[in-house]
Design a protein around this ligand. Structure first.
Ligand SMILES: Nc1ncnc2c1ncn2[C@@H]1O[C@H](COP(=O)(O)OP(=O)(O)OP(=O)(O)O)[C@@H](O)[C@H]1O
Ligand SMILES: [Mg+2]
Length: 452
């Protein structure tokens, strides 16, 4: 590149450019260089580079030599002496455009860059980077805050879902309890109603029986006195005496009254049991005799224990121990006995149905045992020799609505409710033991007095 070509080329460029010889002679410059120095371009003609800078001629020559012997750009620093006496530190990028030869000196192009501008640009850039970094930091913080908020929201949603699930479970529990309570309370009311209705007429009968017996005795006595004083009775009377078999009548009527008395007493006992079972007036904690509860429940189920043309009689064996009175909710405990005993009867009937097909003998039995374990606990065990319960059924036994019985026969609530009554209400335990094919045993363990 000749100095003329350089000028042509450099004129259009806004950057300060200098073309110098290997010895440092200024061969051409553009206007930005002159502006930098505060001179006119004309004034620069023929000058040596070291005349315009504070660096020594030696240093300048060395730099230019480095430029001319390198293929890459060589960075240097020049401190320009401005026309107004001030100095200006520049970064210089030097590149050889024509290397040294025997004939001519090297030609080097220098590109100057005002350090202050560069530095301020640098500062600006730094500030920009700083701002950007801050922005990135801000965004990161916002992102992590968002993430945290999201997580919190998720946790809250989860908590709400759990709370809703719990409420749903509670509602389902209440619903099943209501169904069972309704079932039991209508049974209880019916039983109590029947007991009341029967009680009144039975009381009349029982009350009058004594008088009726006495009056008949009086009348018979009178007949005897008649017979004594008038032994020769007319044939009509004699005929009637024979017809009614008076001697037998006199002997039998006492027995008759006796059995009527036993019968009415039995009815009164049944009524008492029915009342005991329903215990409508005893929704609160009471100290009661557990055996009375079991017996009255058995009384209600009596018709299912008797032999029919379909099923053999179910024998109930009681092995009661001496039990203290237990503080409990009596009507609820009776519900439990009812549910467990009804299940045992169902299992024995199912076994009888199976046996019929195999034509084997069947001696259906329910064994009820009561025991005091220690000062705190008593146990009631109700075992049957029915079909028993396999492991699969046993694991779901206390689940609501779990039933293996036909539609309309079982709702699957009996043991579920019993479990609630024993475990939740009485802080006791309800467990089931079974050898499939041989029978099942339900064991109720309840505290004697510590129901909270
Ligand atoms: N003594 C038992 N022998 C064999 N299986 C039993 C016995 N007791 C309960 N089960 C089984 O447990 C299931 C659940 O009993 P649960 O009393 O809860 O309901 P259910 O008797 O089917 O219906 P519900 O009592 O509501 O009328 C029964 O369907 C039955 O399969
Ligand atoms: Mg049942």
């Amino acid at each position: 590149m000749t100095p003329e070509q350089f000028l042509e080329f450099a004129r259009v460029l806004p950057e300060p450019l200098l073309l110098v010889s290997g010895e440092g002679e200024l061969l051409a410059t553009n206007k930005p260089v002159a502006d930098m120095l505060g001179l006119r371009r004309k004034q620069l003609r023929g000058k040596m580079l070291f005349e315009l800078v504070t660096e020594s001629a030696n240093d300048i020559i060395k730099y230019l030599q480095a430029c001319s012997s390198s293929r890459a750009m060589v960075i240097g620093s020049l401190t320009l002496r401005k026309n107004d006496g001030q100095t200006l530190i520049c970064r210089s990028q030097g590149a050889v455009i024509q290397p040294w030869s025997g004939k001519s000196s090297a030609l080097i192009l220098l590109r100057l860059e005002n350090r202050v501008v560069a530095t301020s640009n640098f500062i600006l850039l730094n500030e920009k980077i700083d701002e950007l970094a801050k922005e990135v930091h801000r965004r990161k913080q916002a992102e992590s805050a968002l993430k945290k908020a999201n997580q919190e929201l998720e946790i809250r949603v989860e908590e709400r879902t759990t709370a809703l699930q719990e409420t749903l479970n509670e509602l389902q529990l209440t619903q099943t309890q209501l169904i069972q309570a309704e079932k039991m309370s209508s049974l209880g009311q019916m039983v109590a109603g029947i007991a009341h209705e029967i009680n009144n007429p039975v009381s009349f009968i029982y009350g009058n029986l004594h008088h009726a017996h006495k009056y008949t005795q009086d009348l018979l006595r009178l007949v005897q006195i008649y017979q004594q004083f008038f032994p020769n009775t007319p044939p009509e009377i004699q005929e009637q005496v024979e017809k009614i078999d008076l001697d037998f009548l006199i002997e039998d009527i006492t027995k008759l009254f006796q059995s009527m008395k036993v019968g009415t007493e039995r009815i009164q006992e049944i009524v008492k049991s029915l009342r005991n079972f329903s215990r409508l007036d005893e929704a609160e904690l009471k100290q009661v005799n557990i055996h009375e509860g079991i017996d009255s429940t058995l009384m209600i189920l009596e018709h299912r224990l008797q032999a029919t043309h379909e099923y053999p009689e179910i024998k109930v064996i009681k092995k009661y121990s001496q039990l203290p009175n237990v503080t409990c909710y009596p009507s609820q405990l009776n519900q439990v006995f009812m549910n467990i005993l009804a299940n045992a009867i169902d299992a024995l009937e199912a076994a009888a149905n199976k046996d019929k097909q195999k034509l084997t003998n069947n001696n259906p039995e329910i064994l009820i045992k009561t025991e005091v374990i220690d000062k705190k606990w008593i146990v009631v065990s109700i075992a049957d020799n029915g079909l028993g319960i396999n492991e699969q059924v046993r694991s779901k036994l206390f689940d609501p609505f779990f039933t293996t019985k036909a539609v309309g026969k079982g709702t699957g609530l009996g043991l579920y409710i019993s479990y609630q009554i024993i475990v939740e209400k009485h802080k006791g335990q309800l467990s089931c033991f079974s050898v499939p094919g041989k029978g099942a045993e339900l064991v109720i363990k309840i505290p004697i007095s510590s129901v909270s």
